[in-house]
Design a protein around this ligand. Structure first.
Ligand code: FE
Ligand code: ZN
Ligand code: FE
Length: 206
């Protein structure tokens, strides 16, 4: 994939100039006319970009339903706060993906993300099996971090695609979400350390 991206980077992309604002809608129709070899490459990358966007759109919408279940099951106030904060961000991320579709001049369409579905399923299993409390919090953190890592990978790729396709306003939006996902992941790491230390202290004093 990295090699391919480098190839794409070196292509001349006459149809993908995005310097002017408000001209986004004409871009998709430009793509279909007078294609040179390099345009075909960029249109294939555009297809991949759209497919990835549909995937993450499904994932984000699903997460707006799943994060509340994690919040319900969590006991640490830090964890609850972090999840609530990220739920609000996730709702904004859904709108941001819709905005990217708009920039492409496409209707926002979702396609089931098998990867995220699996991660959510694993998270559910952990939550069904754990007793509420510190151990369950640890399980929720681990499930949530796997989800964040998946999102970080997706948005990293999407941002790179947008950049390569020279759709800079889309790249900026995807970058904003990427920053939020990384921050959410870092926050969870810090909570995990605190939670484990607290638990160890409690066990020592028993
Ligand atoms: Fe997200
Ligand atoms: Zn996926
Ligand atoms: Fe996230």
């Amino acid at each position: 994939m990295a090699d391919q991206l480098i190839q794409f980077k070196n292509l001349k992309q006459i149809n993908m100039k995005t310097k002017s604002s408000g001209r986004e809608d004409s871009r998709s129709s430009d793509l279909n006319s007078d294609m040179s070899g390099s345009d075909i490459h960029s249109s294939q990358l555009m297809e991949l970009f759209e497919a990835e966007l549909k995937d993450i759109y499904w994932a984000e919408m699903e997460l707006t339903k799943e994060i509340p279940k994690m919040i319900k099951k969590a006991t640490s106030q830090d964890l609850i706060d972090a999840l609530e904060n990220h739920l609000a961000q996730t709702k904004e991320q859904v709108s941001r993906v819709e905005h990217v579709f708009e920039i492409l001049g496409k209707k926002a369409v979702s396609k089931k993300c098998e990867g995220m579905e699996g991660l959510i399923k694993e998270g559910k299993e952990i939550m069904d099996e754990c007793e509420e409390g510190a151990m369950c919090d640890a399980g929720i953190i681990s499930a949530a971090q796997k989800i964040e890592h998946y999102e970080i990978a997706s948005y990293g790729t999407l941002r790179q695609f947008a950049h390569t396709l020279r759709i800079s306003n889309a790249a900026d939006l995807l970058e904003q979400t990427l920053v939020e996902e990384k921050a959410a992941d870092d926050k969870l790491s810090r909570i995990a350390v605190t939670a484990i230390n607290d638990q160890a202290d409690m066990e020592e004093s028993d």
